[in-house]
Write a protein that binds this ligand. Structure first.
Ligand SMILES: Cc1cc2nc3c(=O)[nH]c(=O)nc-3n(C[C@H](O)[C@H](O)[C@H](O)COP(=O)(O)OP(=O)(O)OC[C@H]3O[C@@H](n4cnc5c(N)ncnc54)[C@H](O)[C@@H]3O)c2cc1C
Length: 413
């Protein structure tokens, strides 16, 4: 496993180098610093160009919010986030076997909300500011190559400098260089769909309810924003349909959306900037190898339904903090095989069940096969009629199949 990169002697050996300053990488870096690791975070900083701003929002489940609270990031974000008190699913298809409308309410579980919706740009800006304030080092550069030997990983940056660390956290997204350097392959799933993300205002208040409208070929999901008369939107459909929506002027887009929402939120207006994302599915063959662990989309990508993607990435980050804390507490190598093993054991089941679950859900929503439509409709009838079943499904959606990592356990719980 030896590489041909020669490290610079003056550069300190860090416990961990986190590569990628997206939300998963920044949270991983902060969680690792929180448990006392010597961390360097490296990657291009978030864009400050307001016209190139992220249009996505993230629906963060309460366990993710508890993690951000523990890292002292949530307090400043809370006033700019909207609670998700209920999720409504509507079958707007032309199918003969239409499913009933169903609403999942957080108060059925005794919770004030399932989670909170926040603009990705605000989240990343707050995480980056916190990282600059508390991390030993934040380096604004891309990583070009990683070489690993028995004792360390050496990262060659695109500006020609090098960094050394015992453990590499690959949080460098879907085309992860670090994953490739660790020799980890991936399985990809194709969906032939694109997602459009934007926001809009409406005359009828959203009442903190997110609504998913499913129809042939795609879905439209509205998610509450802090203004009771504003929501974010994810419109998923065939690439040609989304390309056409992207090209419309604001008036044309508002008209197309109004038709699709059919008065659900009253009269709509003020569509924000639109961005499109290819819907993809990706699962890494392993979550760790060669002093490298995969966090966030470097390890798994899910279609954007059910608000699972980033929540899964944040659970990676919090679990990793537990694994590294144990090693450092026992004066063991934080990049050693036992840490990689512990991380794989902690994360594989959660990642696998979410990836398969969201894939199945996504395909069942798209299919025009009558037996599958009938099974889906039957399942939704059951969920509507049986509160205990509904509560069980909500619990599965909220929590991983394994114990929550330490930093995600709320002080009260
Ligand atoms: C339309 C849509 C809506 C979504 N809604 C939700 C939701 O409501 N809830 C939810 O939980 N999830 C949601 N998701 C998923 C969520 O957005 C992603 O899981 C999340 O953004 C991934 O974050 P990440 O940090 O893993 O990756 P990224 O955000 O892709 O970050 C990767 C980072 O690595 C950096 N990088 C890349 N290469 C290098 C390199 N060589 N060296 C250094 N740095 C590098 C990049 O610059 C970037 O900063 C949604 C996704 C989509 C498409």
């Amino acid at each position: 496993m030896s590489g041909d990169i020669h490290s610079v002697a003056a550069e300190p050996m860090r416990d961990v180098a986190v590569v990628g300053l997206g939300p998963s990488g920044l949270v991983a870096a902060l969680a690792l610093a929180h448990i006392g690791a010597d961390v360097v975070a490296v990657g291009p900083p978030p864009s400050t160009n307001t016209s190139a701003r992220e249009t996505r929002t993230a629906a963060l489940l309460t366990s993710s919010v508890d993690l951000l609270k523990a890292l002292d990031v949530w307090q400043a974000l809370a006033p700019r986030a909207a609670p998700l008190e209920a999720i409504r699913i509507i079958d707007a298809s032309q199918s003969l076997i239409r499913a009933p409308e169903i609403e999942f309410r957080a108060d059925e579980l005794g919770l004030p909300a399932f989670g909170y919706n926040i603009a990705n740009s605000l989240l990343v800006e707050a995480l980056y500011a916190r990282a600059e304030a508390v991390l030993p080092a934040v380096v604004a550069a891309g990583v070009g190559q990683v070489a690993v030997d028995e004792n360390k990983a050496t990262l060659r940056l695109q500006d020609g400098t090098t960094l050394r660390a015992r453990l590499v956290v690959a949080a460098d997204g879907r085309n992860s260089i670090c994953r490739q350097c660790a020799g980890i392959g991936v399985t990809e799933r194709r969906y032939d769909q694109t997602a459009l993300a934007t926001s809009f205002t409406h005359t009828r208040p959203h009442a903190n309810v997110s609504t998913e409208l499913h129809s042939e070929g795609g879905s439209v999901t509205t998610v509450p924003l802090p203004d009771p008369q504003a929501s974010s939107l994810i419109w998923v459909g065939p690439p040609a349909e989304i390309a056409r929506l992207m090209q419309l002027d604001e008036e044309g887009f508002v008209a197309a959306l109004a038709k699709r929402l059919d008065g659900l939120l009253g009269t709509i207006a003020n569509a924000g900037a639109r961005a499109e994302f290819k819907v993809a599915g990706l699962a890494a063959d392993r979550l760790a190898a060669r002093r490298t662990v995969l966090v966030g989309e470097a390890g798994h990508i899910l279609p954007p339904i059910g608000a699972q993607g980033l929540n899964l990435g944040l659970r990676d980050a919090a679990s990793l903090a537990d694994c590294v804390a144990e090693a450092l507490g026992a004066s063991r190598d934080p990049g050693g095989e036992d840490v990689l093993d512990a991380y794989r054991r902690a994360r594989t089941l959660d990642v696998m069940t979410r990836t398969l679950g969201v894939d199945l859900l996504s395909r069942s929503l798209l299919t025009s096969l009558p037996p599958v439509q009938a099974a889906r409709s039957l399942a939704l009838h059951g969920l509507k009629a049986l509160p205990p079943l509904r509560r069980a499904v909500m619990r599965v959606g909220l929590a991983p199949p394994t114990e929550l990592p330490s930093l995600m356990r709320s002080p009260a719980g």
